[in-house]
Design a protein around this ligand. Structure first.
Ligand SMILES: Cc1cc2nc3c(=O)[nH]c(=O)nc-3n(C[C@H](O)[C@H](O)[C@H](O)COP(=O)(O)O)c2cc1C
Length: 210
């Protein structure tokens, strides 16, 4: 069966974005490794993602068979984003660090896809993720450097948060590549190509190792 890759981007910076450059590189490598594969794009900066409302919560916690047509409509976006996740075998996420955490559009998307009895369940008393058998690669770009052992490591709420959320949903096969130190580009201390090259090499190595 040909595989499907879901390519999720959240940087508002378009062509100038580091994380988008890296997801593009990943997609190109993936396509070479999966010539029959399908790539689905989900650009969170052009998806209308409303914040979770009382109506949304009420609908999500109403048993499916008892929902009103209006409640089904309230959950329609969430249903389609969740269907996209189930339909894909692999995910790649481009994530810029914004204020030590993830961009707000990515949080809005997470709030849509975390749904009781759809992507997680407490039916047995302990949480069980329902999105199983998936693989995720998370490509993080940040101005500073937050690698383990650095003075800023405890400020990194991007990688631990995303690992927690995906793990909660059942996605435990997660690879994270961090492109830290992008601020040096703004100060003209390094050119874009030189900055990107080691990260591009790491992404290419993922496919060579596979
Ligand atoms: C609104 C905003 C907030 C940011 N907050 C941080 C931050 O907390 N820590 C950091 O190291 N870099 C921060 N940066 C720098 C970005 O993480 C960096 O420019 C990165 O390359 C963004 O990814 P992108 O190029 O894919 O958009 C911030 C940038 C913006 C625009």
């Amino acid at each position: 069966m040909p595989l499907t890759l879901l390519d999720i981007n959240s940087s508002p910076l378009g062509e100038a974005s580091i994380s988008r450059h890296l997801t593009h590189e990943f997609v190109e490598g993936w396509k070479l490794a999966n010539p029959d594969g399908k790539v689905v794009q989900r650009d969170l900066t052009s998806t209308v993602l409303p914040p979770v409302s009382a109506a949304w919560i009420g609908a999500a916690y109403t048993p499916e068979a008892s929902r009103t047509p209006e409640q089904n409509e309230t959950l329609a976006l969430s249903d389609s984003l969740i269907a996209e996740l189930f339909a894909a075998d692999e995910y790649v996420l481009g994530v810029p660090m914004h204020n030590f955490s993830i961009p707000s559009v990515l949080k809005l998307w997470i709030d849509e896809i975390c749904r009781v009895n759809k992507t997680f369940s407490y039916a047995t008393g302990t949480p069980v993720g329902l999105l199983t058998g998936k693989k995720a690669t998370i490509l993080i770009a940040s101005g500073g450097i937050y690698d383990k052992g650095t003075v800023m490591a405890s400020y990194n709420f991007v990688e631990p948060y995303l690992r927690t959320v995906f793990g909660f949903l059942g996605v435990t096969d997660v690879t994270v590549l961090s492109a830290g130190g992008a601020a040096a580009l703004n100060y003209g201390k390094i050119d874009r190509q030189t900055f990107l090259q080691p990260h591009v090499d790491s992404i290419r190595a993922q496919f060579q190792a596979a």
